[in-house]
Design a protein around this ligand. Structure first.
Ligand code: ATP
Ligand code: MG
Length: 380
């Protein structure tokens, strides 16, 4: 069977990657000039893909820049953070295991007696150091990138994904203070910190009383535009001997509200159902197939919400602009305007809605459609 030219759930790279030229150039230029960057967007719009794309491009163009990737997805405490930071910096600055061992010896000598490696599996780098010891002296690890960059005469860009995770650590503000006090002195290293919890990250980076205030260039990743998606979808169909017209490709982007992950998913399902020429029925059936598949998940999410939370979602889906106005509160039975604020905050922190200065909207376009059509049975 031919493999589908559309990917989702994996990172979009090279041919799978569309547009984002402006953002990619901006990020690449920040990396080159060692400008710290904070990149924020809702889930699955393409942050990780963008950072990886730019990294791959830079690594092939600029040998004097090393890029280190850290994913905090499963890093649940300050202690694990230090270990992950040290491990990934050592890995990204060493091409062989021997070199890694050598670098560890040279740059982490104070921690070394307790560091052990497993030669067959480089990912098994373990620091047998106790948390109490590490907590007293994380400085060598916090400065490791700078120390290596200076000694080896190159630049390092440390990219930290899912940065919102640090909000769950114990004493997050004290921890951030520690990070900032070290990182702001680094002159051979830049940090690219990115993640999805917009309100939490905004607080970390734009609140004057927070340690990371004005730490770097704040970038909000936007959705990829319809015309770029259309061009991409048509190209990927034709590169694999199939065809889709402008209208149907546009329909795919529209159904997904240009959400990167879902555009790829609908396009993939449509492509799989297409023998030669894609039709509007095929696009519709691809979309319905995905909605059905997600139904159980959406039912579970919905069951976990209160009636008032659902009321607020219904108001948003119905296009109400003034969510705390008296008429909206009455029509959707939302209680008081203080309550509306609480509802918004709780749905925001669960990443169900996204609140921007322009609008409040559901993050997941498929969930939005499912709620509207299947759950609330509203007219399409
Ligand atoms: N530039 C792009 N071109 C084509 N497809 C893309 C692009 N960026 C992202 N995608 C699609 O969207 C999916 C999600 O992208 P990615 O994982 O990079 O998003 P993310 O913002 O890092 O998500 P999360 O917040 O969940 O970590 C990818 O698997 C891919 O299908
Ligand atoms: Mg990501």
């Amino acid at each position: 069977m031919e493999t589908s030219p559309f990917v989702f759930g994996k990172l979009a790279t090279m041919v799978d990657f569309t547009d984002r030229e402006t953002e990619a150039d901006h990020l690449a230029s920040n990396f080159r000039s060692l400008i710290n960057t904070i990149l924020i967007s809702p889930r699955r719009w393409g942050k990780t893909s963008l950072v990886n794309h730019v990294s791959q491009r830079l690594v092939s163009q600029e040998p004097e820049i090393k890029i280190c990737h850290i994913d905090l997805f499963n890093v649940r405490s300050e202690e694990e953070f230090y270990i992950e930071l040290a491990t990934q910096i050592l890995k990204s600055t060493s091409s062989k295991w021997e070199e890694l061992a050598q670098n560890a010896k040279e740059f982490l000598s104070r921690l070394l007696p307790k560091i052990s490696f497993s030669p067959d599996d480089q990912s098994e780098l373990s620091f047998g150091i106790g948390w109490n010891e590490l907590k007293k002296n994380p400085n060598d690890i916090l400065d490791l990138a700078e120390t290596i960059a200076v000694a080896r005469k190159y630049k390092i860009v440390v990219c930290i994904d899912e940065f919102q995770s640090i909000g769950d650590y114990k004493n997050p503000v004290a921890f951030q203070k520690k990070l900032r006090s070290h990182w702001q002195r680094h002159t051979h290293v830049a940090y690219c910190l990115y993640g999805s919890k917009r309100h939490m990250l905004l607080d970390v980076f734009t609140n004057p009383s927070m340690p990371f205030y004005k730490f770097g260039d704040l970038m909000f990743l936007e959705k990829i535009k319809t015309e770029d998606w259309v061009e991409f979808i048509k190209r990927r169909f034709s590169e694999t001997g199939k065809e889709i017209n402008h209208v149907d490709a546009t329909r795919i982007a529209d159904l997904a509200e240009n959400h990167s992950y879902y555009v790829q998913q609908i396009a993939q399902q449509a492509w799989l159902r297409t023998e030669n020429l894609c039709t509007d029925e095929i696009v519709e059936s691809a979309f319905q197939g995905i909605i059905n598949q997600l139904g159980l998940l959406f039912t579970n999410i919905t069951e976990s919400l209160s009636n008032k939370q659902l009321g607020l979602l219904k108001a948003i889906i119905s296009g109400e602009r003034q969510l705390s106005s008296q008429s909206t509160i009455q029509n959707y039975n939302l209680g008081t305007s203080a309550n509306v604020l609480r509802l918004k905050q709780s749905l925001q922190s669960r990443e169900i809605i996204d609140i921007t200065p322009e609008q409040t909207d559901l993050q997941d376009p498929m969930y939005k459609y499912w709620l509207r059509v299947v759950y609330f049975k509203m007219k399409v």
